[in-house]
Design a protein around this ligand. Structure first.
Ligand SMILES: [Zn+2]
Length: 128
């Protein structure tokens, strides 16, 4: 089974769509850019947030902050036990996008981790 990565417009943890999808990347488009094949089926154009879509802000071990998006159920059920898997999903997603390149910032993020949640907002409030 393919390990989970972050999908555009979807919950970071379960992969369920949390935004309306206006258009998706097609396989045929990715044939022109085979290194972007991982985008097939992902959202190409993101619409309005669905009810319950939540943006959670985390403090990282490096002192940086990071925002991640979740569906209502994952946001409500999120606990510190999920932080390791969440960060692994983020790192795998960067690895996929970087297509073999491994810049310094990537190695730094591989050593990074989530320390704590510092805030959350409903995407419907952010969008206005
Ligand atoms: Zn979810």
């Amino acid at each position: 089974m393919r390990e989970a990565t972050k999908r555009i417009g979807a919950c970071t943890l379960c992969g369920e769509d949390v935004f309306d999808c206006l258009a998706r990347w097609e396989e045929v488009e990715n044939l022109k850019f085979p290194e972007r094949a991982y985008l097939a089926g992902q959202m190409k154009s993101v619409g309005r947030p669905k009810a319950g879509a939540t943006r959670i802000t985390f403090l990282l071990a490096s002192g940086e902050i990071a925002d991640m998006t979740f569906c209502e159920a994952c946001a409500e059920g999120l606990s510190e036990e999920d932080y390791g898997e969440l960060w692994a999903i983020a790192v795998r997603s960067w690895a996929e996008e970087l297509i073999g390149e491994r810049p310094d910032w990537f190695h730094e993020q591989m050593r990074n981790s989530i320390l704590s949640e510092v805030g959350r907002r409903a995407w419907e409030d952010i969008h206005g």
